[in-house]
Design a protein around this ligand. Structure first.
Ligand SMILES: Nc1nc2c(c(=O)[nH]1)N[C@H]1C(S)=C(S)[C@@H](COP(=O)(O)OP(=O)(O)OC[C@H]3O[C@@H](n4cnc5c(N)ncnc54)[C@H](O)[C@@H]3O)O[C@H]1N2
Ligand code: MOO
Length: 473
């Protein structure tokens, strides 16, 4: 059916987000003309979202425990060395490597050295010196233990100081011998004799101050996404909070007289709303905040009222809608945004993609609208193909999905003039198509974790032929 109430607007501020394209000059663009490519539409969505109220909002100070996944709005400089002090990498004995050097440089004489423990040769403590070496092992006297977290005394010549992993190295000690290499094994009382393999090298099993990062180094930059290790590094530097970009606030809008909330009374010609849940879930890890989820029936006034009620403090930075954009008689989104003069900009068009062909973009009161088609799989595929990549480019709060090239287990039907995005499952070895191509086939596709991208015009894919797969997990 031909849609009603579609008139060009007289708004003088009309512009497109791209400022170009096959339909780049009029206020509302029609379906006529060649469809837009996937890449062209992604550019248009990215440009539209790039100019949202979010881009003008002030950074927030976020406690570290809530900052993972956010994007830094400041550089982070190391205010101290990490590690802050030289410490032991092993549970063992800290010592002076020079004390285990060649016998000629040591006090004591190698001929006393004849005790054998297991297949190791050890030495004994002499009456005159504190240690001696036979060239294989050196005997030292145990000093006071340094637990992690306790400041040590300087080491004395000939001493072996029990240290635990992470304990500060006693000043003067320059290496650590793991407890497994010490005889007799274990940690011993101060004054006991222990032997260690001779010829220890300075720095062995020692983590010097500043080994990880030196004070004054710029560790993170504004725009970096805070990974678990990034917030961990901030914690290691003693920071309690960081300045982050606020999350982009998203409003989700579903449409249609036939759509009712799950759990409510459903009329005989009605369906439960799946798209609100799909969109919310698809954006859960996208670094955005879903601030409202609304539904309007196929009633222009209901949508106008929703937008009018949309006050400054609560309004989203971006609306994402499903349904009401194609060729029917009651396309509420298209009518209100496309033709009523309410929007500063709008375009409703076809992208050469299946599913997700019909698409719309608009801006109302400075807030971008990304309008997806109503079929559940079309909405979801549109989110994967356009919204998530655009958010990734604009906010930096989510990473692009990885793509791999692998052989398809199944025959796949490509389309002559459109990209086809095929629901699939990747088990780490094999990519398999799931369900049919129809965009209403949601339930059978519940296990989908990958999308096969078939470019337009490619021949049918035979089993074993390589395809491009976007991984979603
Ligand atoms: N004459 C034409 N008809 C259609 C065309 C076309 O080019 N010419 N395109 C078809 C394609 S492709 C799609 S996709 C849909 C897109 O239509 P709309 O975006 O206008 O979406 P609706 O008509 O409102 O709904 C389509 C379909 O999806 C169901 N739906 C809608 N919202 C939800 C929801 N929240 N949860 C679950 N299901 C929902 C709705 O009941 C319809 O079955 O248009 C084709 N038609
Ligand atoms: O292209 Mo419509 O978006 O699924 O079937």
């Amino acid at each position: 059916m031909t849609r009603v109430n579609h008139q060009p607007s007289n708004d003088p501020h009309t512009s497109t987000p791209t400022g170009a394209g096959p339909r780049g000059t009029s206020h509302e663009h029609d379906h006529d003309g060649p469809p837009r490519t996937v890449e062209e539409h992604l550019r248009a969505v990215t440009e539209l979202i790039g100019d949202s109220p979010w881009s003008r909002r002030e950074p927030l100070r976020s406690p570290l425990e809530q900052a993972a996944g956010r994007v830094l709005a400041q550089d982070v400089e190391a205010g101290l060395d990490l590690p802050p002090f030289t410490n032991s990498q092993m549970d063992g004995y800290a010592l002076r490597s020079a004390d285990t050097a060649a016998p000629s440089t040591l006090r004591g004489t190698p001929e006393h050295a004849d005790a054998t423990v297991g297949n190791r040769v050890t030495n004994s403590v002499t009456s005159s010196g504190t240690f001696e070496s036979n060239g294989h092992r050196t005997t030292l006297r145990v000093g006071p233990t340094v637990p992690a977290g306790h400041a040590p005394q300087p080491i004395e010549p000939g001493q072996a100081i029990p240290v635990m992993t992470g304990a500060a190295l006693p000043p003067g000690a320059d290496c650590v011998v793991p407890v497994e290499d010490v005889l007799p094994s274990g940690f011993h009382e101060p004054g006991s004799a222990v032997s260690v393999p001779a010829g220890q090298l300075p720095g062995r099993f020692v983590r010097p101050a500043g080994d990880d990062v030196v004070r004054g180094t710029r560790l993170l930059r504004a725009g970096d996404r805070l990974t678990p290790l990034a917030v961990g590094a901030c914690a290691a530097l003693g920071l309690r909070d960081v300045l982050v970009r606020p999350p982009l606030r998203v409003g989700i809008l579903t449409t249609g007289d036939e759509v009712v909330p799950p759990g409510s009374a459903r009329g005989p010609a009605q369906i439960f709303d799946s798209n609100a849940t799909i969109l919310r879930a698809a954006l859960a890890d996208a670094g955005v905040e879903v601030v409202m989820v609304r539904h309007v029936p196929d009633d222009d006034d209901a949508l106008r009222a929703l937008l009018a009620a949309d006050d400054d403090t609560r309004r989203p930075d971006l609306w994402v809608s499903s349904g009401g954009i194609s060729e029917g008689a009651f396309e509420v989104v298209r009518r209100v945004l496309g033709a009523s003069g309410l929007a500063e900009f709008s375009e409703f068009l076809h992208v050469a993609m299946q599913p997700g062909g019909p698409q719309g973009l608009a801006r109302v009161n400075g807030v971008p609208f990304v309008c997806f088609p109503g079929n559940p799989v079309s909405t979801w595929v549109s989110c994967e193909m356009f919204l998530r990549p655009a958010l990734s480019a604009v906010t930096g709060a989510l990473s692009p999905r990885p793509e791999i090239r692998v052989p398809s287990a199944d025959r796949l039907d490509s389309l002559p003039e459109r990209s086809r995005v095929v629901r699939a499952h990747w088990d780490g070895q094999v990519i398999r198509k799931i369900g049919g191509y129809g965009s209403h086939l949601l339930a059978v596709a519940a296990g989908v974790n990958a999308l096969v991208m078939l470019p337009p015009g490619q021949d049918e894919v035979s089993p074993g032929q390589e395809v491009t797969v976007r991984l979603l997990t």
